[in-house]
Design a protein. Structure first.
Length: 368
């Protein structure tokens, strides 16, 4: 079997898409040694190096930049027709829009979310996105998405889509291997508070950090001087958050960190008093798995996919109600019995998302 992977949308920046790609395909490469995997990498990132020297992996360096959908479209316009004509794939998997369809075999399209259809942006942008994704979905032989919640959303807008759910995964060993000396050294290096709330994710509007900061301000007004650490990469929202922090006189209580190593992020999870995930919209939510693996208590916004991941075993708040958010944060920090139960549950639940199990699901798609 020969599998082509269009990874030109990926680069070295941390992201759920990158984490999923490396985790799943590292396992597939090991468990399918007789399958040839061909990775198409962008011009600005050596993605093949993520997998090391492996006999059943070959890399095609493309002239396509990972930056910007329009730029990828323009630079790939001439490339793909000639490149794919030289190959005979059994499966070709694409991870972004517009879909690149292989002339041979079956083309798979992985969709992490479709927020461009119904959230944010100008109405023209939403219509254009819906048209583009609709064309790609219809062209694909099968769509793969990351949660049952996303499957339902895709089928709402695009009925009769052939679709499979393959969850995102996590390598829990990375958290289990963190030592006390690691945590002490990282805590000192990052000047983390002795006790703090933690949020993890890109700095963008849907992550709902502005309401989290507002909830923190409410707690401060009540005399609860909690600290907050936000870890993520800037997607254009960092400056807005910094202005809000300053206007609420929280500069000494909110720390924003970017560009951390995997070990630094894992230590932050293990050192925090409470993980808070206030998102208004997610296709999945890998930080929930990370918090489970780290054994830290958490409170989550009440969106369908978070209830799916946790199987309703969690403490939830409406993402748009800062008063309830503040209440659940304070209650979780002062009442430990329920959180202890949920932490134990999470440490078992996260085992369902091992990359070995996720890769086995992908193999079933190949065999279908």
């Amino acid at each position: 079997m020969k599998v082509g992977l269009n990874a030109t949308c990926l680069n070295d920046r941390p992201s759920g898409a990158k984490q999923r790609f490396v985790g799943i395909y590292s396992e597939l490469i090991k468990c399918l040694p007789d399958t040839e995997f061909v990775i198409y990498e962008p011009s600005d990132c050596r993605i093949g190096s993520w997998f090391g020297e492996v006999d059943n992996v070959s890399v095609r360096c493309t002239p396509i930049s990972s930056e910007g959908r329009l730029q990828r479209l323009m630079s790939g316009f001439r490339y793909w027709g000639q490149a794919l004509a030289r190959e005979k794939f059994d499966f070709f998997e694409d991870f972004h829009l517009p879909l690149i369809k292989s002339p041979t075999g079956r083309t798979l399209l992985t969709i992490h979310d479709i927020r461009g259809v119904n959230t944010g942006g100008h109405v023209f942008s939403r219509v254009a996105y819906k048209t583009a994704i609709g064309q790609s979905i219809r062209a694909a032989d099968r769509v793969i998405t990351v949660s049952e919640t996303m499957k339902e959303e895709i089928l709402h807008y695009f009925p009769d889509t052939p679709i499979s759910v393959i969850y995102n995964g996590l390598d829990s060993y990375g958290f289990a291997s963190v030592t006390e000396s690691d945590m002490a050294a990282i805590g000192q290096k990052l000047t983390l508070p002795e006790e703090f709330l933690l949020a993890v994710g890109h700095f963008e509007e849907r992550k709902n950090y502005s309401r989290l900061i507002e909830a923190l301000s409410i707690l401060h007004d009540r005399g609860q001087r909690y600290s907050l650490v936000i870890i993520g990469n800037d997607s254009g929202g960092k400056t807005v958050l910094e202005k809000q922090i300053q206007s609420l006189n929280l500069s000494g209580y909110v720390k924003i960190l970017s560009g951390l190593s995997d070990l630094e992020v894992r230590c932050a999870y293990k050192l925090c008093s409470l993980f808070v995930f206030p998102s208004a919209y997610e296709g999945f939510g890998i930080p929930i798995l990370e918090a489970m693996a780290a054994g830290c208590p958490m409170v989550l916004s009440d969106i369908a996919v978070f209830r799916e991941i946790t199987q309703n075993q969690g403490i939830f708040f409406p993402y748009n109600d800062v008063e309830v958010m503040a209440y659940e944060i304070e209650n979780s920090l002062t009442s430990s019995v329920e959180q202890e139960r949920l932490v134990k549950y999470g440490q078992e639940r996260v085992k369902d998302f091992s990359y070995q199990k996720i890769a086995a699901q992908m193999v079933s798609v190949y065999k279908d």
